[in-house]
Design a protein around this ligand. Structure first.
Ligand SMILES: Cc1cc2nc3c(=O)[nH]c(=O)nc-3n(C[C@H](O)[C@H](O)[C@H](O)COP(=O)(O)OP(=O)(O)OC[C@H]3O[C@@H](n4cnc5c(N)ncnc54)[C@H](O)[C@@H]3O)c2cc1C
Length: 419
């Protein structure tokens, strides 16, 4: 049987089998991890409570970091065939209303550094790809992990009203912030200083958009930001996010803040004058990477939102979800070689993970804190508007995620101050 012809089993048949790995959650983290493991020849069972295509509350912004892994998964051409819009930069605005556009075009090709793609569409591409490499079951609601002799050996839950248990040599918890893995394994991020609350709605008829995502540090939304992420036509994903403790301190109602920006702020009022909200407003939490839970243990690893890996400054979580899915697959393949899924062996995952994303998460946490100082944002955006050097530095980071490393160097900020 080729990898493109995975057998379809009933839940009763699946319950009788023993898998190499169970991946719980078929979002970007889980689908990527299941695909990488399946591509390496492992028998993987990928479970999700939803039936795909399913929506996920998100800004729908997909960055260069994600694009790199999408290429490795071989799905980038599939994305080009579905609803999406290529993005070539970012537009920022400051509380004082200064707007700066940062272009990010590769000199050698027209390939965009990122794109915007509705999650209902994007996640389905990843999940359908995972079906080529893993056995999947949609509509399975996990309600507990099976732990024997201190080791995770499976998951139990309901499908069509009936209880089922599935077993494997190890489990990857990819079921996000609302799932059971992080909660049952004592790794759930419940810290209001390390959780962002955000909401989004889809609008049609938004004026003045181009090929750039828009992050606006407007007075009303501080210390969070208001975003407009363009979609084909004049459609856009529009939203706002803020650290939960800040939101509570300021007693803000995020939905009201979003409408205030759209209806009263001089930068946006004309742009939304003829726009219509075409979806309900949906809200969800972002567990950000300023909190570091234990992401491994006997028989399990946690990836993506279940491991609290969202960028604390930008709110981007898909990239680190995909990266963690890939790293988890690499560590598990080593564990298979040793035939050992103990905490000692799997601890290598946490080291590898934070070696890859740790510095970036630290820098983003510092930037998130800077946003609390209005005069600093005004100053930085003013300077960026005037200084080609700063715009080039940001542009370089958008084109190639490797260039983001300059932001971890304090000298870069000295350069910004002196620019
Ligand atoms: C408003 C908002 C805006 C955002 N904007 C962006 C953005 O523009 N760009 C970006 O990169 N990131 C953004 N993020 C973050 C991003 O959405 C997440 O980081 C990303 O979805 C994480 O992927 P994941 O696969 O780890 O988890 P998820 O995408 O949450 O997937 C988890 C999966 O697990 C399944 N599941 C959960 N519980 C169970 C259960 N009990 N049994 C079975 N299955 C279960 C779910 O059905 C789901 O399919 C945003 C988040 C929010 C809330």
């Amino acid at each position: 049987m080729t990898k493109k012809e995975q057998m379809v089993y009933t839940p009763d048949e699946l319950a009788k089998q023993k898998f190499d790995v169970i991946v719980l959650g078929g979002g970007p983290s889980g689908s990527s991890c299941a695909s990488f493991l399946g591509m390496a020849g492992k028998r993987v069972l990928l479970l999700d409570r939803a039936k795909f295509p399913r929506d996920k509350t998100c800004g729908d912004g997909i960055s260069g970091k994600s694009v790199k892994i999408l290429k490795e998964l071989g799905v980038i051409d599939n994305i080009h065939q579905v609803e999406h819009l290529k993005m070539h930069g970012v537009t920022f605005s400051s509380p004082k209303g200064v707007v700066v556009e940062i272009s990010a075009k590769k000199k050698e090709s027209n390939e965009p550094p990122g794109f915007v793609c509705p999650r209902q569409v994007f996640d389905n591409v990843l999940f359908q790809n995972a079906k080529k490499h893993a056995t999947t079951l949609e509509g399975f609601f996990a309600n507990d992990l099976i732990i024997e002799d201190g080791k995770v050996v499976g998951v139990t839950g309901t499908y069509d009203g009936k209880q089922y248990s599935f077993r494997a040599k190890c489990l990857v918890g990819a079921d996000g912030v609302g799932g059971i893995s992080a909660r049952k394994l004592g790794a759930l991020n419940t810290h209001e200083d390390h959780l962002v609350s955000a909401l989004r709605a889809y609008y049609d008829g938004v004026e003045g958009m181009n090929d750039k995502i828009e992050l606006h540090f407007v007075e009303e939304s501080l210390p969070g930001y208001f975003w407009i992420f363009p979609l084909p036509g004049k459609k856009a994903n529009v939203g706002i996010g803020m650290v939960v403790s800040d939101m509570k301190k300021r007693k803000l109602n995020l939905e009201k803040v979003m409408y205030d920006v759209i209806e009263k702020n001089n930068l946006f009022k004309p742009r939304f004058a003829n726009a219509k909200k075409i979806s309900e407003v949906k809200r969800w939490q972002l567990p950000v990477g300023s909190f570091r839970p234990k992401t491994y243990g006997n028989g399990y690893l946690l990836v993506g939102d279940a491991a609290s890996l969202i960028d604390p400054f930008t709110g981007e979580g898909i990239g680190n979800g995909l990266v963690s899915g890939k790293i988890a697959s690499t560590i598990l393949l080593k564990a298979f070689e040793k035939g050992d899924f103990s905490e000692a062996v799997l601890s290598e995952y946490q080291t590898a993970l934070y070696d890859e994303v740790g510095n970036e998460l630290n820098t983003s946490y510092k930037l998130q804190k800077l946003v609390k100082y209005k005069f600093l944002i005004n100053m930085i955006i003013n300077k960026a508007a005037r200084s080609q050097t700063i715009r080039d530095a940001i542009s370089g980071a958008l084109i190639d995620p490797e260039n983001q490393k300059q932001f971890h160097n304090p000298l870069f900020y000295l350069k910004v101050l002196l620019a």
